[in-house]
Design a protein. Sequence first.
Lengths: 545, 202
Amino acid sequence: MKILIVQLLRLGDILFSAPIISGLKKKYPHAEIHFLGFKQFSQVENLFQDKVHWHWIDRQALQSSLGDAEQSFFFAHDLLSQNIESLKSQKFDRVYNLTQNKFSGWVCAQLGVSETIGLHFDARAQVRFGSPWFQYLNDHMTAGRGEVFHYLDLFRFACELETEEIQWNFTRATRKDLLPPSPYVLIQPLTSDLKKNYPLSQWKKVIETFQMTSPGLHIALLAAPSEVEILTPAFEKFSNVTIVACSLPEALTLMDHAKVLVTGDTSIKHLSCASLVPVIELSLGSSDYQKTGVYKTASWILQGKTACSPCPHSGPCSQTTHACAAQISPEAIALAMNMMVTGVGSVKEVANEFHPQMEWLETVITPMGFWFAKDVRAAAMEWELLRVIEKSTWKFLLQQQFQNPWAPFGTESLQIRKTFAERFADLGDGRWRDQLDFLETEAVEADHNVAALLSSMRRVLEKPFDQDRQQECLESVREFCEDNEFGANLLSWLPDLEKTFLSVEDKVVSLSGLRRLQKQLDEMNHRTQIKLKLIRSLKSQVMGL
Amino acid sequence: MPDVHFETARNSELIFTYQQRHLCSSIHPTREAQQWASYHQAKWRECRSIIVLGLGCGYHVRALKMATDARIVVLEPSREVIQAALRVHPLDLSESELLHWNSVESVTAFSALAEATKNSYAVLVHEPSAFANPSLYLETKEFLLGRKENGLRWLFQNRGVEMPAIEESEMNLKTLEPVLEKQLNGELPLQPALQALRELIA
């Protein structure tokens, strides 16, 4: 069996694919794993321990040749065709496209593979996803609706690797001259995107403050070779600070011995998942921690509170000042570093102090198979339980467990209960019951509302020209949108529905709008059913039934 | 060959002058040729064919042959230079496609060029050779790269389709569409390649 993984984004995204490669290797031990990425990141060939057949597309050559009069007019097309021809000749059995963009979709469209998981185009140029998870990513997460899953969780679920252990099999390399004096902390001050950078002037303050509170610790600044020139003038006067330009395997070795790593949204952040080093992530600019936050437990994410974050990837910062970076005080970073290193101090208190300007989150990987970041200030079991049940509900829905009479609701609820019992040791049964009762009441109400709406829809479908029924249906939808937690999802469908009814007046029966709405309602129906089962299963465990 | 005079480079390799000009290094022609091939590597690295304008003493063609498996087609406007270069490298150049050309229009007659331009290719100018007729070299290069309308039309024809009626200023990715459709060939959906490229520059 030949499997191709397509990841046509940046270096961090390629590193991020490591657990998918390892998981597929474990699940299909005799399969040949191939990987397609952009050539500018081909240095990862030396980093991945798993045996992978690498294929590269020279994105820079493609793009530059399109505007280069010294190249043939057809060069970009010929080069891409050559790449595709070479990939086609491999005769892959399955493709996993982990890149949710059209370029990768068109590339996948040409590979002639019968089974493609992830965005691709069919012979009629219609978009296909090959998995409810990628459909969900497109329809809900990208549109800012529904529950946000970390990309790695989503990819693992889409590739059906949820039962495989998450492994980051990266190579380490040691250069004795590279290791700074111990003990040391690591900082990656720059990122590949200006918007994600914390200003160097602020980094200086972070270091000054940290050195006052932790004078015995050395600070190593990680840098790509091209970044050394930028960092040297800013930090050369600091004592106990070293700038280290190194390869990815060397950076990983450095992390293994560091007390803490502080980084923005960089490939180094994803690399750190292979190490035990705790991480403080600065989530700035277009960095969306909910989707790409550092995938390890007990690390911290600091994010400035601004209405514009996370901003779109394309385009420069829309603000006159770098507002999200300005909201994160250097003192807060230095304190976070100090607490992470020493384990002394109350994170909650410090986070409270800086709360008006920034969010302070802690990363958690649950036994239910997903990652999330929780606010360190609010140890609100209620909020966390709601999020976890939502995520589990979506997971069961997208795994189409509602069709499975043996769906593991019991196991899932047991894991939820166990997780919460560990996290909230003082959680009494009474508080559990109160919260579950509340959630159940809400879910039952939602269930009734969805059922009523579905019934109203069916009545319209029976007699599409009956204006009373149309009116009744529209009213129900409007009410539902206003009152219900699912309403926001449905709101975007309302104009479609109104248009559908108008076309019915013209005696042109266009039922596609109604059908789409019905599909949405069916999905909501399944969700409420799943949620109710999870809540009731949890309740029965709490009550010892 | 009154315009050609053979001599020995400082490293003992055989070279010649044409119209009293050196066409390659008189110190170490092989090393210079390797540097030339390496300098242009970004252009030819991914190509299946390389078209070289100007044969010179042939050292740069030999360097290219040693560096790549790509097909190499050489255009040279002087028959004397071709003969002289074949004396310098009788074995290495005998396998190359050496074509004598003297006008831009004449390149359309060469089937080797028509074949070479059907897939990825690079056009490299051997600068020391271009002194005799710089405009011929420049115009031929632009023609072969499809950067002039007549050249682009010829390239389209090589790929089996008529070039669509367009203003020169409109030459862009859309111009490629007919070629891609032709290459669909009933099985390979190359239209997506165009779509992919569009996404890449969007």
